[in-house]
Design a protein around this ligand. Sequence first.
Ligand code: CA
Ligand code: CA
Length: 251
Amino acid sequence: MSKSIRTIAWGLGLAAAGWLAAPMVWAQDQGSIVAWGANYHGQCDVPAPNSGFVAVTGGGGHSLGLKTDGSILAWGNNDFGQCDVPVPNSSFVAVTGGDYHSLGLKADGSIVAWGYNVWGQCNVPAPNNGFVAIAGGSSHSLGLKADGSILGWGWNGENQQCNVPAPNSGFVAVAAGNSASLGLKVFYGDLNCDGVVDFDDIDPFVSALGADPLAWNLANPRCHWLNADCNADGVVNFDDINAFVALLSGG
Ligand SMILES: [Ca+2]
Ligand SMILES: [Ca+2]
C-alpha cells in the first residue's frame, strides 16, 4: 500500500470514527434523568448508564425510572426492599413510588408491588388485572381500572384514603397525596384530552371505537378510552357515534 493510500485509508477511518461518535453521544443524551435536592439516601444518584428512561417517579427516600426495554431501575433508600424490583423485571409500562414501597404496572394490566407492606400497601386486590394507571401514597396504593373505577389498598386510617366515594365510575386518571387520593372524571367526547370537543377528536374517537380498552389507554397515555363512551353506558362502540356527533355539535 502506498503512503498516499495509507493516508487516505487512515483519514477515512478517522472520519468513520467521528461519524459513529457523534450519534453515540447524541444517543446517550436521550432519556436521561436529572435529579436534585435532598440526597441523604442517594435518591439523586441515578445509576449509570443514565440513558434510555421513558418515565420517572419519586418515593419517600428512593427514586424509580422506567426504561425503554420495560425494566424498572430503583435507587436510594432500600431499607424495606423498595428498590428491589421483583423478577421478571420486564414488560412494565408505568411506575410509581410510595414512602417505602413501589409499584409497577405491567403491559398485561397487572400491578406488581414491593417494599414496605405493614399496611398491606403491596397487596394488590384480586383480580389483579385490567389496571391502566397506578399511584402510590405514603402508605396506600391506588389503581385505576379500564372500566373507570379506582381501587385503593393499604393504610386506610382516619382519612379513609382507600374508600373511593360513590359513584366509583367514570374515572380516567388517579393520583395519591400523602394520605389523600384523587381521581379525575371522564370528559366525554374529548379524545385528545385538550379540554374541548371539536373535529380534532374525530380521529382518536374512531380509533377508540371497538378497541381493546387497555391497549388503547396504553397507546394514548395522556387520554382515556372512556372519553369515547359518549352515551355513558360503560362501553365504547358504534352506539356512541350519535352521542359523539351531538357533543361535536355542542349538544
Ligand atoms: Ca379534544
Ligand atoms: Ca358507550
